[in-house]
Write a protein that binds this ligand. Structure first.
Ligand SMILES: *Cc1c(COP(=O)(O)O)cnc(C)c1O
Length: 490
């Protein structure tokens, strides 16, 4: 096909400069004196490619193309700036989901950040015993601290508690579970209730982890009911371990039954089998103080006498991503000599953040942890912050209002657990809720919010109060800017 239109388009391509010519322009030469030549070339090519695509899409006249070429060096500079921006960056979480796996779960405390900066910028005693000058274990840093803290919270004598137990830190709870199953039950059988063969957020599937560990899954009971007798009947000479998986992200309501942890501990003891619990949430404070019904905690599992327990560091503990294993010393020794531990070990940044977080618990300052602060936040305080922002917003977002909301704990922790909160509810005058929320994600900083009935909800519980101003600025700019655009487009 040949038309006047395609002729016009083809006629535009020769106007595009050769790369060599662009590189000779003084503004681009200035860029070359500061930046690697390859980067400038790459950016120039990408601007040229964009222009070529715009031409072929029929988006340019001769005039508009000449305009674009005039600002070519500025476009190259902008492309370079975009290349040099980290892809991983801070966002404002106005979803009200406190542990959002997509948004990095628990925010770290000031103390944790300061300790990372203090330890990671130079050398540290990661695997060195300062007293003897000998090679040390990297998990010794957290081990005695965590055990001391647990002994304190459990009101147990510290010496015997420390003597009998050990701690291992790995990359995450999934790695911790794999390490336990492989170390304690490879080629043997692991008994688990059918009701616990679950998938927990992010593709953590118990049967798949089990298969990778080399242990054989021995299912018992039914999806909704498993009794302690079911476990007892499943025990054979091949049994190496009893596994309990905390049902963290779902709950079977109604006609369901699972044995208590105590009953399982008793059964395991009777048969001299270890009982391993994948506890998951890592809670060591009572969530009931925060108005959340949550019967499982790392503390409770240890109190009940579980042989080994695994938890995440970045869920209800409020620390960095890691997997925390606490267990009987003889069993933990088997994990310590497993080559998998070498593959799963964490770096100094993680230890620095975890140690600082645990120290906040030990010194009774855990309420300073961002996660616990958010949990403790009174709904009324959230409402007042929303009310303070509403009048300014009502000018650009007619009908903007403050509405009751429910913040979610999230992160695969407490099924459906929520806290009463408040949110700003906005409708953009020219963008539907989905488009508005896409534009919000494209801001600096990106803003994440919730959509409900074609309105966008901003739950301020998960926004640090000191960021209220930033959120307001972004929203006002977006409202005003889009309004002008909408007017211009009429
Ligand atoms: C969250 C969770 C996991 C996965 O933890 P990661 O730290 O994300 O690997 C495993 N088991 C349970 C019970 C969990 O709650």
């Amino acid at each position: 096909m040949h038309s006047a239109e395609t002729d016009e388009i083809t006629g535009l391509y020769p106007l595009l400069p050769q790369i060599g010519v662009v590189l000779e322009r003084p503004e681009v030469r200035a860029l070359l004196s500061d930046l690697p030549r390859g980067l400038v070339l790459h950016a120039t090519r990408s601007v040229l490619t964009n222009l070529r695509q715009e031409i072929s899409a029929g988006r340019h006249t001769r005039e508009s193309l000449e305009g674009a070429l005039k600002i070519f060096p500025a476009s190259v500079a902008a492309a370079i700036e975009a290349f040099l921006l980290p892809s991983l960056r801070p966002v404002l979480n106005a979803t009200g989901v406190m542990l959002h796996t997509g948004l990095g779960r628990a925010p770290l405390s000031e103390k944790a950040l300061a300790n990372i900066a203090a330890v990671a910028g130079g050398y540290c005693n990661l695997e060195l015993e300062l007293a003897s000058g000998e090679r040390g274990r990297r998990d010794s840093h957290v081990e005695s601290l965590l055990l001391r803290l647990l002994a304190l919270l459990l009101e147990q004598k510290e010496e015997s508690f420390l003597e009998q137990r050990s701690v291992i830190i790995v990359n995450n709870c999934a790695a911790a579970t794999l390490l336990v199953l492989n170390s304690l039950a490879e080629k043997g059988e692991v008994i688990v209730s059918r009701g616990e063969l679950v998938e927990i957020g992010g593709g953590f599937r118990v049967p798949e982890i089990m298969a990778k560990s080399g242990a054989l899954l021995r299912e018992t009971g039914t999806t909704n009911r498993t009794r302690v007798d079911d476990y007892a009947r499943a025990i054979t000479p091949a049994t190496k371990l009893i596994l309990r998986v905390h049902q963290s992200n779902f709950r079977i309501e109604g006609f369901s039954e699972m044995p208590d942890l105590e009953q399982l501990v008793h059964l395991a003891d009777l048969h001299a089998l270890p009982l391993f619990e994948d506890q998951g949430t890592g809670a060591i404070v009572s969530l009931e103080d925060y108005g959340i019904q949550h019967e499982s905690s790392l503390l409770r599992s240890i109190r009940r006498g579980v042989s080994v327990v695994a938890a995440s560091g970045d869920k209800l503990l409020g620390g960095p991503q890691c997997g925390i294993l606490v267990g009987r010393r003889d069993l933990m020794e088997k994990m310590r000599t497993n080559p998998l531990l070498r593959a799963f070990r964490v770096d100094k940044l993680t230890y620095a953040a975890l140690e600082a977080t645990l120290l906040q618990y030990l010194s009774g300052q855990e309420r300073e942890l961002p996660l616990l602060k958010m949990l403790a936040l009174d709904a009324e305080a959230v409402r007042l912050r929303c009310e303070a922002m509403a009048p300014a917003l009502q000018r650009t977002y007619p009908g903007a209002e403050v509405v009751p909301a429910q913040s979610l704990v999230g992160g695969g922790t407490t099924p459906g657990a929520s806290l009463p909160s408040f949110a700003l509810s906005l409708a953009h005058h020219s963008l539907a809720a989905h488009s508005f929320s896409a534009v919000l994600r494209d801001q600096h900083p990106p803003v994440l919010a919730r959509i409900s009935e074609d309105r966008v909800l901003f739950d301020l519980r998960t926004v640090p109060p000191e960021s209220d101003g930033i959120l307001l600025r972004v929203l006002l700019e977006l409202g005003a800017h889009r309004q002008e655009e909408a007017v211009a487009n009429v």
